[in-house]
Design a protein around this ligand. Structure first.
Ligand code: AMP
Ligand code: ZN
Length: 113
């Protein structure tokens, strides 16, 4: 738990969130400001600031598997979806607790903005 971290507070139950799925390493919940018809965040239970600080392969693997589970439960597998980890300033990261965005329900653009 990192004091002042909004995602640690969601994990601790201090801030409400709409949970979608979870496993031993991570939790998935709906983004407060969805950028697609389906927009879910997958985060580690431990405070890890970003992908740049991540070192635990089992944890990262479990988060990717959880993203895949979210895509299945959201019904995105047939049409496709995007998994994004904004990292650092140029990556556009605004919450400094590692998270994977799982986005789907519409066609995505490339290159991203
Ligand atoms: P990023 O810009 O990649 O750091 O993404 C942070 C995401 O967290 C944004 O899409 C926000 O809408 C989302 N977010 C921030 N606070 C909350 C919250 N309390 N519950 C759910 N999503 C949140
Ligand atoms: Zn945190």
């Amino acid at each position: 738990m990192s004091d002042g971290c909004v995602f640690c507070r969601i994990i601790a139950g201090g801030i409400p969130a709409t949970l979608v799925a979870s496993n031993a390493h991570g939790v998935a919940f709906r983004d407060l400001h969805p950028q697609a018809p389906s927009h879910v965040l997958v985060i580690p239970r431990r405070h890890v600031a970003s992908l740049a600080e991540a070192t635990d392969a089992a944890e990262l693997g479990a988060l990717l598997l959880l993203a895949g589970e979210v895509a299945r439960t959201e019904g995105l597998v047939e049409t496709g979806y995007r998994v994004v980890a904004n990292t650092g300033h140029d990556g556009g990261q605004t919450v400094h607790h590692l998270h994977l965005h799982v986005l789907g329900g519409r066609a995505m653009h490339w290159p991203p903005g």
